[in-house]
Design a protein around this ligand. Structure first.
Ligand code: SF4
Length: 250
C-alpha cells in the first residue's frame, strides 16, 4: 500500500504539489438542479419562466432524451439548439468514457480546448485529472466516465446561466441513468451546486457523502482550481479516497 506521500508524488501533487440496472423514463430527468435557487426534485429554476407552449415542447424533448442511448445522446447533443450556447460552440462535448463506469466525474462546462476537440477535460486540468485517475488505478477508458453539466462552452468560460443549465439538464440526467455509476464525483462548486441543488462552498461540502437521487456523490475541487491552489490538492486526494471507499462498499 503506497504511503500518502508516495501517492501524492504519483499524482504529481506532492508539495510542489502540486452493474447495472438501467431504469427508464422521464422521472430521472428531473434530478439535476440548475442553480443555487433551483429545486432539485423538480428541475425548476428560479428566474426561468416556462410558458404552457414551451412546457409542451419541453415535455416532448424530455421524452425524446429519456429514450436515448449514450451514442444517440452524443449525436443529439451535437445537433442540440436548445439554448443559445449552440451559436458560439465549435464542438459540443457530450462526455467520454466507459459506458458501464463505476465512477462518473462531472465538471461544469467545456473550456476552449474542450470546445475545439469535443472532449471533456483535456489540456492541463485534464492531465491533472488523468494523473488522479491513474493514482486510483483508473483511466478515462476504464471504469470512468467524464461529463460536464453543460455540453457546450459558455463564451469566455463564464458561469453557466440558469436557463442554459435547465436546458442541458436532461442530458446529464439521462447519462447518469444509463451509466448507473456507483459514485458521482462533482468537480468544483458549479457542478456540486447544480447536482445537489444547494449552494455552499466546496470546503463545507467536501469530506462527506451526499446523494444524487440514489447515487452516492462526493464533492471535490475542480482540477483547474487545483492547478492554482497547491494546498488543496491533498484535500482533493482525500476526497477521491473517500469516493474509492464508497465504490468498494466501505
Ligand atoms: Fe443544447 Fe446543452 Fe449545448 Fe445548450 S449547452 S445547446 S442545451 S447541448
Amino acid at each position: 500500500m503506497p504511503s500518502r506521500q508516495q501517492m501524492l508524488q504519483e499524482l504529481k501533487l506532492a508539495p510542489r504539489w502540486v452493474r447495472k440496472q438501467h431504469s427508464s423514463g422521464a422521472a430521472a430527468l428531473s434530478g439535476v438542479a440548475a442553480s443555487s435557487g433551483a429545486e432539485p426534485e423538480t428541475g425548476a429554476v428560479k428566474g426561468v419562466r416556462v410558458t404552457p407552449v414551451q412546457h409542451g415542447a419541453d415535455a416532448a424533448r424530455l421524452e425524446h432524451i429519456a429514450g436515448l442511448s449514450l451514442a444517440e445522446l452524443a449525436a443529439d447533443v451535437a445537433d442540440c439548439t436548445a439554448c443559445r450556447l449552440c451559436r458560439s460552440r465549435k464542438l459540443a462535448v457530450p462526455g467520454v468514457g466507459d459506458p458501464e463506469a463505476d465512477w462518473l466525474f462531472v465538471g461544469e462546462a467545456p473550456g476552449a480546448e474542450e470546445d475545439a476537440r469535443g472532449e471533456p477535460f483535456v489540456g492541463q486540468a485534464g492531465r491533472l485529472l488523468d494523473n488522479m485517475l491513474r493514482a486510483l488505478g483508473l483511466s478515462r477508458e476504464r471504469q470512468v466516465y467524464i461529463a460536464n453539466v453543460l455540453k457546450c462552452r459558455p463564451p469566455n468560460n463564464r458561469t453557466p446561466e440558469p436557463a442554459e443549465a435547465l436546458a442541458c439538464q436532461p442530458y446529464l440526467s439521462r447519462q447518469i441513468e444509463l451509466i448507473a455509476p456507483r459514485i458521482i464525483v462533482a468537480l468544483g462548486k458549479s457542478a456540486a451546486t447544480l447536482l445537489l441543488g444547494e449552494e455552499s462552498s466546496i470546503a463545507s461540502l467536501r469530506g462527506r457523502v451526499h446523494r444524487y437521487r440514489d447515487v452516492p456523490l462526493v464533492v471535490t475541487y475542480h482540477p483547474a482550481y487545483l492547478l492554482r491552489s497547491l494546498p488543496d490538492k491533498a484535500k482533493a486526494w482525500e476526497d477521491l479516497l473517500l469516493a474509492k471507499r464508497v465504490v468498494a462498499g466501505g
